[in-house]
Design a protein around this ligand. Structure first.
Ligand code: DON
Length: 310
């Protein structure tokens, strides 16, 4: 097991190696509020299940977590619905980009997995239930505050509005799901929940801490609170490994070898079962829509730490 001194040496080495890559890649520009960030920023944080936390660079700068939120809403929906969730969403890689419509029509409105947008919209619908969007958004925010042990976690309302103003593909996915009978709530309410969860703003340090229950069989190793069952934690990790980077999930498994989830805000959360969680952020994206420097940094981190599951 790596201890804080080893991990801080590893993170310092990775930080140094990344300097020549900073600024490569292009921030997401399809959501105007995301296009404005400085692409040269880089932060990374790791937390072990023993509670040792190390961080470098901009690890305390809050950024838009975007699709990283899907890991946490999946956890919440599994707690709410149990295995019945899998009747409404699959757990196979899609081989398509995150917001693709193609397979959804071929597969009669059952999304391939909960980490592509169509599947995440079904999950948002589960969390909406019969209630109002702001109640579900409040529960999601509270969940993130609890697992990160930080009551300051909040939503960037400008990003949420920007998502809503430009979310035409998400609206088409939600409408198709509704027409297929796989969305129970009103389309606009489900989208409202989804846009707000994507607009949660968190730092690498908060995210690594928040992911720790997935490295520890579903229980927070520091507060001892049970977040999910050991079986569900194992399955969420499996879905992250196979689907967390959409059509680039194989590449991420090949290069990093950890369950991971990317977001177009430039964040990546990776889980090392029985060891810890690591989050990285750098806003420039590669052509697959993953943080260019973030993926390189995790590849180096996995090599130096021995945290890969393989
Ligand atoms: O659905 C969208 O367009 C975004 N708000 C979230 C996308 C995202 O992060 C996709 N992943 N890498």
């Amino acid at each position: 097991m790596k201890h804080a001194e080893d991990l801080s040496g590893i993170l310092a080495a990775v930080h140094g190696e990344m300097q020549s890559h900073l600024g490569h890649g292009k921030p997401a520009d399809y959501i105007p509020a995301l296009a404005r960030v400085d692409p040269k920023q880089f932060g990374m944080a790791a937390v072990t299940i023993e509670g040792e936390a190390v961080a470098v660079g901009d690890a305390d700068v809050a950024f838009s977590i975007q699709s990283l939120s899907k890991v946490f809403t999946l956890t919440m929906a599994l707690e709410k619905m149990g295995n019945d969730l899998w009747t409404r969403v699959g757990r196979e890689p899609s081989g398509s980009r995150f917001n693709s419509m193609v397979r959804l029509e071929q597969e009669h409105g059952i999304p391939r997995n909960p980490l592509i947008n169509a599947g995440a919209l079904v999950v948002s619908d589960v969390l909406l239930g019969q209630g109002l969007p702001h109640a579900a958004i409040g529960r999601i925010t509270d969940f993130l505050r609890e697992v990160s042990s930080d009551p300051e976690v909040s939503i960037d309302m400008e990003v949420a509005q920007s998502e809503a103003d430009t979310g035409f593909l998400n609206a088409s996915l939600a409408n198709f799901l509704k027409a297929s009978g796989n969305l129970h709530g009103p389309v606009e309410d489900v989208l409202d929940v989804y846009f707000h969860q994507c607009a949660l703003a968190m730092s690498c340090r908060q995210l690594a801490r928040a992911g720790l229950y997935l490295a520890h069989g579903g229980a927070d190793p520091l507060t001892r609170a049970r977040v999910t069952t050991p079986v569900r934690a194992r399955r969420i990790n499996a879905v992250m490994m196979t689907c967390g980077h959409y059509d680039a999930s194989g590449e991420f498994a090949f290069r990093v070898g950890l369950p991971g989830k990317s977001g177009v805000g430039g964040g990546i959360l990776a889980i090392a079962p029985r060891k810890g969680a690591v989050a990285v952020w750098s806003p420039g994206l590669n052509p697959a829509g993953t943080s260019h420097v973030g993926a390189l940094a995790l590849e180096r981190f996995a090599a130096l730490s021995g945290w890969s599951v393989f």
